[in-house]
Design a protein around this ligand. Structure first.
Ligand SMILES: [Zn+2]
Length: 327
């Protein structure tokens, strides 16, 4: 499964062996490339589109870019299940099982589930989502059969670099409260982030915190987002990847570590709502270099800026010409 493992599933002896100094250590000057994108919604209008055009359709124009990275992270903003029924809330999204394979085939190695739609069809559907993603070869973070599992550190290993992920949902209310014996999501608090990041730090070379928080449509982070993100960095995280506002928020450096407050949308709907960006990062021990690449959310297929359809390119250039001529 592409060098993927989850910390608690390893037998103790194997864990000790993996953590021996120098074992599988990343070579001098070697880096691992991570690409991360924001909200991925495979239900609703996008679900119909996938049924008509095939499961890989929404990712088609980004697949080669994503697959070129060693690790690809995204926020899976829906459950992927056949069971369950809608919990009381305004919007409920459930994608068909093909969604898990589509993510894997498009290069995703890990997705966040600590968000405000993974629980839309209840606890059993949340757990089915986790199982389907794992069966497809996509690791998950931020959800599990109980609170301990939802808060668990997930480690992906590439070129000997141990890349750890923790994830938190920073929105209230918790429609399915955390439980010690039922499927749930990992809810954010400054205290939980601080203690879990500190516990995870010695286990990995690079520590990434996923944060689903903020105000929809707001181009700037809220005080709550900042408090969570800064607590993560203060406690030892190397990178914070945010999502939820549906628009791109700033990539800021805090104490020398990048915080990307919101990557906006990736695959979301056919209406063109919101904006999106891809985080392109190079990882080395305790160090992350990151930049944001704005995406064009054209119809149902996100794409890099230089890959606009010819029709749109012609329209854009003729508009530029008109503006240059003062019309
Ligand atoms: Zn959300």
């Amino acid at each position: 499964m592409r060098g993927i493992r989850c910390a608690k599933r390893l037998p103790g002896v194997l864990m000790v062996w993996l953590l021996l100094p120098g074992r599988g250590a990343i070579g001098q000057g070697q880096t691992v490339r991570l690409r991360a994108v924001g909200d991925i919604m495979l239900a609703g209008p996008m679900g119909g589109m996938i049924q008509r055009k095939g499961r890989g359709y929404p990712f088609a124009k980004m697949r080669s870019t994503l697959r070129a990275a060693a690790d690809v992270f995204g926020n899976c903003e829906c459950c992927i299940a056949t069971c369950g029924s809608p919990i009381p809330k305004q919007f409920n999204f459930r994608a068909c099982p093909d969604g898990a394979l589509a993510l894997r085939e498009s290069g995703f190695t890990i997705v966040n589930l600590a968000n405000n739609h993974a629980w839309d069809y209840g606890r059993a559907a949340l757990l089915e989502t986790v199982r389907r993603l794992h069966a497809a070869g996509v690791q998950t973070v931020g959800a599990g059969p109980n609170a301990a599992a939802a808060h668990r550190l997930c480690i992906l290993q590439k070129k000997g670099l141990r890349i750890g992920f923790l994830a938190y949902l920073g929105l209230l209310p918790a429609l399915l409260p955390e439980s010690s014996n039922a499927p749930c999501l990992s809810m954010a608090s400054v205290e939980a982030i601080r203690s879990e990041v500190m516990a995870a730090r010695p286990q990995v070379d690079v520590l990434i915190v996923s944060l689903h928080a903020g105000q929809e449509g707001d181009p700037l982070p809220t005080a709550r987002q900042k408090a969570f993100a800064e607590a993560a960095i203060d406690a030892g995280a190397d990178l914070v990847i945010g999502h939820h506002p549906h628009v791109v928020q700033p990539l800021e450096m805090y104490k020398g570590k990048p915080i990307c407050y919101s990557l906006g949308n990736f695959v979301f709907s056919t209406t063109g709502r919101g904006t999106g960006a891809m985080l392109d990062a190079t990882l080395s021990p305790h160090n992350v270099q990151a930049r944001l690449i704005r995406l064009r959310l054209y119809g149902a297929q996100p794409q890099l800026p230089g890959r606009m359809p010819r029709r749109r390119r012609l329209w854009a250039s003729s508009r530029r010409d008109r503006l240059a001529r003062g019309r």
